[in-house]
Design a protein around this ligand. Structure first.
Ligand code: C2E
Ligand code: CA
Ligand code: CA
Length: 662
């Protein structure tokens, strides 16, 4: 071989040794490169390293790394080192352009030696374009990645086969590292994307949860007071009962109804009414424990669920709730003294399911209101006061139609002269199945349905007829009939009354109409009109239940009323309750200053009657004098009671005279 090439054996050996060492150095370098590259996962770093090492390996002026883009239609120079490198970095070109596309299509390396395999036309084209280029493909395990390209060998030399082999070997070594780094980058990107997606999802989720919570809050809370609504109260009651049964503990439910709230609302407007409800809710909340649930059931009705509370605990809480209302509530410079009636139902005594307890507390509340007590416990006896409304209405219609509603008459004592001077007519309904139904239980139903108008005229007619018959027997007595709020809205009321008075030849001056303070104050301007009409007819007007509503003194002065009836809640216990005694006393003074007579109702004892007399009260009415009596018993009472009744003189002329002190 030496002879053929003209070299000596020594020279040949030397040349081989040099090539061997060169080879070893190249292999060492390759290994080093793969180690370095294999240890890095930053794709950009890998590209830069590969370009740099390749340039040294093949001694190129410039080395670029064209990488096929994912859609395989273009390639991008992801790295470039050497001359003009900056111009090339990140340039993206279509695959059809340049030698890169050729390599990609043919899946083999390009170097000058390829020109020999091309036909003449192609050879001419590529010689010009890529004669100084060497480009080997980078093929990963999964796909064709791109290539490593050397542009111009240094010192105007040409890339040779050795360069091609070296670069090919190098490409095969680094391609896996590049692919790994690419996958890693893809993964990182995907991870980042997934992370961003997760964050967005989380955000959306959070928003959804929030909206859900808001929706749930809205569905379960009263928007005005922000207290639990009926649904939530019922649910808490349900949960409370489950726990109570499990732990064999008691539970109490208190239902609260504000007194005269409707009047405030109607007279002063909903805004004030709303603010009042909010304030009252807050006051209640302040006296409750954390485990208690205060809710608003609607209107002016609140409820409190008291887990683990027995009868005594319930009383303590009811008293605390009442005490919370002791101080007047101030809203926009108006001060309101708010009262409340509470009904209490207990587990297990009064029921074991939410609806049973709710109903029980409701009935008890009704009873408390009726009796003007601060609170009442449920009692089976009460059930008869809780007739189904519709059924009640049907029965009422029949009762009115068939004139089954009767009257009781309660005498009034004129304290000044010691005579029975008047009687109040009170409606009495004896239900065929349910027994006696008190007026408090059916009058509101009549008011709601408009039946109150014919009902009032019916009572009035009965009262006038009865009273007339007693007058015919010589008793100089007047009769009082109660009007309801809706009667005051009836423009035909006065003419109808006039017609009845005429029909029975009954003097208007002997008829008193009692109208509750709250009914008048419900629409004072309008009331004034109707009251003036009645007054002009000569009828006496009396303000009933005085002290329980919100009379404004200015109205009171303008009203054509002759009497104030002090509510029995102040009168009955005035001997025990100093405050009430004072209220009664000042009401009497106030009335007298306004030129009005006073009637004290609910007089149950002689002590009270004496005290009233000392205070200058004009008239007394109550069980102490007589209970309301059926008409046939009243005559008997007038004849036999210890107080005389003025007699009408036989010729019905001149002054009424009684045989006794009248
Ligand atoms: P009211 O007009 O204040 O009638 C007085 C009520 O007090 C009556 O109850 C009477 O029985 C009761 N009472 C009388 N003396 C005493 C006493 O010493 N102590 C106690 N604790 N109570 C006494 P009643 O008959 O149940 O009537 C209740 C309410 O129903 C009446 O209150 C009145 O507002 C209304 N009412 C009764 N009849 C009629 C009617 O024909 N028309 C209208 N619109 N309302 C009526
Ligand atoms: Ca009355
Ligand atoms: Ca009254």
């Amino acid at each position: 071989m030496g002879a053929d090439t003209g070299l000596t054996a020594h020279e040949t050996q030397k040349s081989l040794e040099i090539r061997l060492r060169q080879r070893e150095a190249e292999i060492k370098m390759l290994r080093e490169i793969s180690d370095v590259i294999g240890g890095t996962y930053s794709l950009q770093k890998v590209f830069e390293l590969v370009a740099d090492r390749a340039r040294h390996l093949i001694d190129a002026e410039t080395v670029t790394i064209p990488i096929i883009t994912p859609d395989q239609s273009t390639y991008t120079y992801r790295a470039a080192v050497g001359e003009h490198a900056e111009e090339l970095i990140d340039v993206t070109l279509p695959l059809e352009i340049g030698v890169c596309g050729w390599v990609f299509r043919h899946r083999k390396p390009w170097w000058r030696g390829m020109l020999d395999q091309l036909d003449e036309h192609e050879r001419n084209r590529w010689e010009k374009e890529a004669g100084t280029l060497i480009l080997v493909p980078l093929v990963g395990k999964r796909q064709f990645l791109g290539g490593i390209a050397g542009i111009n060998k240094k010192d105007r030399r040409e890339f040779d086969r050795r360069d091609l082999d070296l670069l090919t070997l190098f490409a095969s070594q680094v391609s896996i590292a590049i692919e790994n780094a690419m996958i890693f980058e893809e993964l990182a990107e995907a991870k980042q994307y997934a992370e961003a997606f997760r964050e967005r999802l989380e955000e959306t989720n959070q928003r959804l949860l929030q909206t859900n919570e808001e929706l749930q809050h809205l569905a379960l809370h009263d928007p005005l007071t922000r207290l639990p609504n009926r649904t939530l109260v019922t649910d808490r009651l349900h949960q409370g009962l489950l726990a109570a049964k499990r732990n064999e503990q008691p539970l109490a439910l208190i239902m609260i109804d504000l007194d005269h709230f409707k009047e405030i609302n109607d007279t002063l407007g909903h805004t004030i009414g709303d603010m009042l409800l909010i304030s009252v809710g807050k006051r209640f909340q302040q006296v409750l424990r954390e485990q208690d649930t205060l809710g608003r059931l609607g209107g002016d009705e609140f409820a409190v669920v008291l887990p683990q509370a027995d009868r005594n605990d319930a009383i303590v809480v009811a008293q605390k709730l009442q005490a919370a209302l002791e101080k007047p509530v101030t809203i926009e410079h108006n001060r309101f003294s708010i009262g409340a009636s509470m009904g209490i139902a207990l587990y297990p005594e009064h029921g074991s399911d939410p609806s049973g307890l709710l109903k029980g507390a409701d009935v008890a509340m009704y009873v408390a209101k009726r009796n003007r007590d601060e609170y009442a416990f449920y009692n089976v006896e009460h059930d008869k006061y809780n007739p189904d409304r519709l059924e009640l209405l049907r029965d009422l219609r029949i009762a009115i139609h068939k004139q089954h509603i009767g009257l009781a008459f309660q005498p009034k004592l004129d304290i000044r002269n010691g005579c029975i001077s008047a009687i109040e007519a009170l409606a009495r309904w004896e239900h065929s199945d349910k027994g006696r139904i008190p007026p408090y239980d059916f009058i509101p139903t009549l008011e709601q349905t408009g039946l109150i108008k014919p009902f009032t005229l019916y009572i009035l007619e009965q009262a006038v007829t009865q009273c007339k018959s007693w007058q015919d027997q010589g008793f100089d007595i007047s009769v009082a009939v109660n009007l309801s709020m809706h009667n005051l809205r009836d423009i035909k009321l006065a003419p109808h009354i006039l017609e009845i008075l005429r029909r029975y030849d009954f003097p208007a001056s002997k008829l008193t109409l009692e109208i509750t303070e709250s009914a008048i104050m419900n629409d004072p301007e309008y009331s004034l009109g109707v009251l003036a009409q009645l007054d002009n007819m000569g009828i006496q007007l009396s303000v009933d239940d005085f002290g329980t509503g919100y009379s404004s003194l200015s109205y009171l002065k303008r009203l054509p009323v002759k009497q104030l009836k002090i509510d029995r809640s102040f009168v009955t216990d005035m001997m025990q309750d100093q405050d009430n005694a004072m209220i009664v006393h000042s009401t009497i003074d106030l009335a007298h200053n306004l030129g009005l007579r006073t009637v004290a109702e609910g007089v149950e004892s002689a002590d009270v009657l004496d005290a009233l007399q000392r205070m200058g009260c004009d008239i007394a009415q109550g069980y102490m004098i007589s209970r309301p009596l059926p008409p046939e018993e009243l005559l008997n009472f007038l004849h036999s009671c210890r107080w005389p009744t003025p007699r009408i003189q036989a010729d019905r002329q001149g002054e009424a005279k009684a045989p006794g002190s009248c």
